[in-house]
Design a protein around this ligand. Structure first.
Ligand code: PMV
Length: 342
């Protein structure tokens, strides 16, 4: 199935061609950080993941977007700046809008991230989730939140999880057409849970998550171990959330992130004829990443319940509980604390 066919299967041809029911829409979607990562696709066209993933949404941090249908070509603004044709983000947004637009239909998209600038948090997840919510409001598709998550997934896999607050699970699904690979909110609140962003570098990533996971799937000799361990860990982390066991939650999330990064290190085979594996080595960490990881491990040895996760970049996200906030900030004065449950 192609992306176009997927959209038609979910929304319906008649509703897609019915035209706008609102002149514009203004929406917000939260960023999310995966505790069990999405890392590898079982279908590239539909962004279907090899394993299920589980995330925590970041409350008020995310993307605010205003979308208005206009005649002609798309006009895309990020934080008030018009993006030119050389912008990768603008290209991906327009490609996503192609899935829904009628003949001669363009969109004015004004988007703004409420994540602290340069915090190193991916804004593509909240960006594509917000775009999906706005299009739903404009066109009045009347589909379920889960179905909308499947649509957002076509823009960026992790966007499927940014349609909800709190803990969110995105199922791998079994179907080839991807109709069961959708996200749902986990019915659990953990108001004492805290995240803290440690920005080691706010520079451009050397390689996108998309390209990195493709390389890992084709070149990591033990990718199947990653898959097997993730399947085990998602069960464990669900139980840790249900029982409110913080140390279990933190330990599983940290182990999952470390294993994900280990797959990148192992995707370099200098004498391989396939350029996917013989390219330069792939490591997202910078010296500051390793230094902060060691600070976390030292603090933990000294009795502080603090763990970390890292996405496909050099920055850490710490996990701890409210009662330890002062101690964590003493160890990590540079941290920006987030209360995901408000
Ligand atoms: O949604 P993408 O294509 O940006 O991939 C996200 C990949 C990770 O951030 C590394 C993991 C995840 O589950 O968010």
């Amino acid at each position: 199935m192609t992306r176009f066919e997927y959209v038609r299967a979910v929304i319906g041809e008649d509703r897609l061609s019915a035209g706008c029911s609102a002149g514009y829409a203004e929406v917000f979607a939260p960023s999310n950080i995966a505790l069990i990562k999405y890392w590898g696709k079982r279908c590239r066209e539909l962004n279907l993941p090899t394993v299920s993933s589980l995330s925590l949404s970041l409350g008020k941090l995310g993307t605010r977007t205003r979308v208005e249908p206009i005649a002609g070509v798309d006009k895309i603004l990020l934080s008030g700046q018009v993006l030119g044709s050389s912008s990768e983000f603008a290209r991906r947004v327009s490609q996503f809008l192609d899935l829904f637009r009628g003949d001669g239909q363009g969109f004015l998209v004004e988007t703004e991230n409420t994540v602290p600038t340069g915090a190193g948090l991916a804004s593509s997840a909240s960006g594509f989730a917000a775009l999906t919510l706005a299009l739903d409001q404009i066109y009045g598709w009347k589909v379920s939140k889960e179905q909308l998550s499947g649509i957002a997934r076509l823009g960026s896999g992790s966007a499927a999880r940014s349609l909800y607050p709190g803990f969110v699970e995105w199922s791998r699904g079994e179907r080839e057409d991807g109709l069961d690979s959708v996200a749902h909110c986990i019915d659990a609140r953990w108001p004492e849970l805290r995240l803290a962003l440690i920005t080691v570098s706010s520079g451009e990533k050397m390689i996108s998550s998309r390209a990195a996971m493709e390389r890992v799937v084709s070149a990591c000799p033990w990718y199947s171990v990653w898959v097997r361990e993730s399947e085990r860990e998602i069960h464990q982390i669900r139980s840790a959330i249900a029982s409110g066991d913080f140390n279990e939650l933190g330990a599983i999330a940290e182990a999952n992130a470390l294993r994900m990064h280990a797959t990148t290190l192992c995707s370099y085979m200098p004498h391989c004829s396939d350029t996917q594996c013989s390219d330069t080595p792939l490591c997202f960490w910078l010296p500051g990443t390793v230094e902060a990881m060691n600070r976390v491990w030292r603090a933990r040895r000294d009795g502080l319940a603090v763990y970390f996760t890292i996405d496909a970049g050099p920055n850490l996200v710490l996990l701890f509980e409210q009662r330890d906030e002062e101690l964590v900030l003493r160890e990590f004065p540079e941290a920006t604390v987030v209360a995901p449950f408000g």
